[in-house]
Write a protein that binds this ligand. Structure first.
Ligand SMILES: Cc1cc2nc3c(=O)[nH]c(=O)nc-3n(C[C@H](O)[C@H](O)[C@H](O)COP(=O)(O)O)c2cc1C
Length: 205
């Protein structure tokens, strides 16, 4: 698939080639992102899904441990079981794909500052912070491709995590952190303006 087509997964027109300001491109991407909760029946090309996961895996990681894994779901016949009791179930069923963002809390790597030393785990449960960055990277890539998605929490709710763990056969050390339905937007969701200068403090609170 041509690169241009990858960045217009839902059939939008490509804009004519113009000089690109990298800062503006990134700002537009971040400020355009919004939660999308209804989707058309269009599917997501495999190459686009790879792009999305490539962006997710580019997230920063405490001590560069990279504890993430992903379960990409498209077989909706099992969603009643996987997402039993989850109020987002109908949204998941509409989406072309649902990505379960997982953390393996036992992944080890040599310390970033000393690659020859024995491998270590991520300290202090900071895998949670990695997972937030991963999920946001995924959402931004979704937006960049003209797709829509919604971050839904799985961790730390036992009633959401248990059915996912059981139905997907996750190892005991793997935590399903977030569940992200992705598809072509069916509606016209707009980004919210959250800019609030009063939240900014200079030098002291
Ligand atoms: C940790 C977290 C959990 C969320 N869980 C859900 C959820 O279970 N269901 C849902 O519809 N949206 C969920 N959202 C999406 C938020 O409702 C949404 O981000 C918020 O309303 C702001 O809207 P925006 O994403 O369009 O900026 C979640 C977002 C975050 C960051």
């Amino acid at each position: 698939m041509a690169a241009a087509a990858l960045f217009a997964a839902c059939g939008q027109q490509e804009s004519p080639q113009q000089p690109v300001d990298p800062a503006q491109v990134v700002m537009n991407n971040i400020l355009s992102r919004k939660s999308v909760r209804s989707y058309t029946a269009d599917t997501i090309p495999a190459q686009v899904m790879e792009n999305l996961l490539r962006a997710a895996m580019a997230a920063p990681s405490g001590r560069n441990i990279q504890p993430w894994s992903f379960v990409v779901l498209t077989d909706k016949s099992r969603y009643d079981t996987i997402f039993e009791g989850n109020f987002n179930l109908n949204m998941f069923k509409q989406a072309a794909a649902v990505v379960v963002v997982c953390a393996d809390t036992t992944v080890v790597r040599p310390p970033r500052e000393n690659p020859d030393a024995p491998a270590v785990q991520q300290p202090n449960g900071i895998w949670r912070d990695d997972m937030g960055a991963v999920t946001e990277n995924l959402l931004l890539a979704v937006e960049a491709h003209g797709l829509g998605a919604c971050w839904t929490a799985c961790y730390p709710y036992p009633d959401r995590m248990e059915p996912v763990k059981q139905a997907l056969g996750l190892p005991a050390t793997v935590v399903p952190y977030s569940v992200v339905p992705i598809g072509c937007p069916a509606g016209d969701e707009q980004p919210k303006d959250k800019w609030d200068p009063s939240r900014i403090h200079h030098n002291m609170w």
